[in-house]
Design a protein around this ligand. Structure first.
Ligand SMILES: [Zn+2]
Length: 330
């Protein structure tokens, strides 16, 4: 009698708790199908394998979002990133169809983030996130891509250059203050929430000898007290941008543009101060990246505040509009 009761309870437990849980789990593990209807095929040069992969646009975008933004970001931020990545890809794709890219004539785009944009395959996603987290994370990105399938950003009817960076300094930067040209949709805007980024404030220490080697200067010969003296220091800011980033700086008798010195010294951004300590310079850096266009941490903050991807994109890319891309129409 007792056995029968236990058996009945066990069956009930299985039916009520375990089976539905298994069904739910299975549902979560089932891979969301990426909507590739209307996707042009993109020839992607994988710089690691040196092979060209032919991928439907939307499938490729999943791999770009996975590589370019932390997957634990809000869905609306991931959607904004998907639209930016798609816009960039289509721009490259259309350009390469007219004039093949001189660095990779057989591919529309490559996976080198410094040349085109980063991309990870499903295998790499699984490796990066771990097998247990992979299905949920993959599906999260695939849903964000599907929700914006085909959507691109245009300014006065033309595809934009949707540049973005990790973390701003509370404000993004005017394109003309970082690069040569003022682009009307890449204007300085407020970027609240940047301080939530782990890269908002960083410290970077270099020896004076390392700096001299990188810049071709002779700071090693100067005592730290002289470097720290604002008036007599061989390091002088010539011009700052309105957001406090360094536009031009003089080290010894050499002048450098902000982005130039950032690259040479490997600093996270051009918003920095410094202090000499014995034979070293300690840089205190704010933000991460060039500061132009969308701040990813800012986008995530806006998403947490309840903004959708359209709000986020129109905030960071002034005067732009969203449009559905069609491979046959320009
Ligand atoms: Zn490339």
């Amino acid at each position: 009698m007792k056995k029968a009761i236990i058996l009945t309870l066990l069956c009930l437990f299985l039916a009520i708790v375990i089976l539905p849980a298994l069904v739910v789990l299975r549902g979560q593990r089932q891979e969301v199908k990426v909507d590739t209807s209307g996707s042009p095929l993109i020839n992607v040069l994988n710089v690691k394998t040196k092979e060209i992969e032919v991928l439907p646009l939307e499938e490729y975008i999943v791999g770009v979002v996975a590589a370019e933004m932390p997957v634990d970001f809000e869905t609306e931020a991931l959607k904004a990133q998907a639209v930016a990545a798609r816009t960039y890809t289509i721009k490259r794709y259309e350009a390469a169809k007219k004039n093949p890219n001189k660095d990779h004539p057989d591919a529309h785009i490559c996976t080198n983030h410094a040349h085109c944009q980063a991309y990870v395959s499903k295998d790499e996603m699984s490796k990066n996130w771990g097998m247990l987290k992979y299905p949920g994370y993959y599906n999260k990105i695939a849903r964000a891509v599907n929700a914006t399938a085909g959507v691109v950003l245009v300014y006065q009817g033309k595809l934009i250059d949707p540049v973005y960076h990790s973390t701003s300094v509370g404000k993004t930067e005017n394109s003309g203050d970082v690069w040569q040209f003022d682009i009307p949709y890449l204007k300085s805007v407020d970027s609240p929430g940047d301080e939530e980024s782990p890269k908002f404030k960083t410290q970077h220490t270099l020896t004076l000898a390392q700096i001299d080697k990188a810049l071709g200067t002779t700071l090693s010969a100067v005592p730290a007290s002289t470097i720290n003296n604002p008036k007599g220091s061989p390091i002088q800011v010539v011009e700052r941008t309105a957001t406090g980033r360094i536009k031009t700086i003089k080290v010894g008798d050499k002048e450098f543009k902000g982005e130039e010195i950032r690259a040479k010294l490997g600093l996270n951004s051009t918003h920095f101060s410094w202090k000499a300590q014995e034979d070293k310079l300690i840089f205190l850096v704010t933000g991460y990246g060039h500061g132009v266009g969308m701040s990813q941490y800012g986008a995530n903050y806006f998403a947490k505040e309840g903004k959708d991807y359209k709000d986020i994109l129109s905030h960071y890319y002034t005067g732009t509009e969203l449009r559905k891309y069609s491979a046959n129409k320009k």
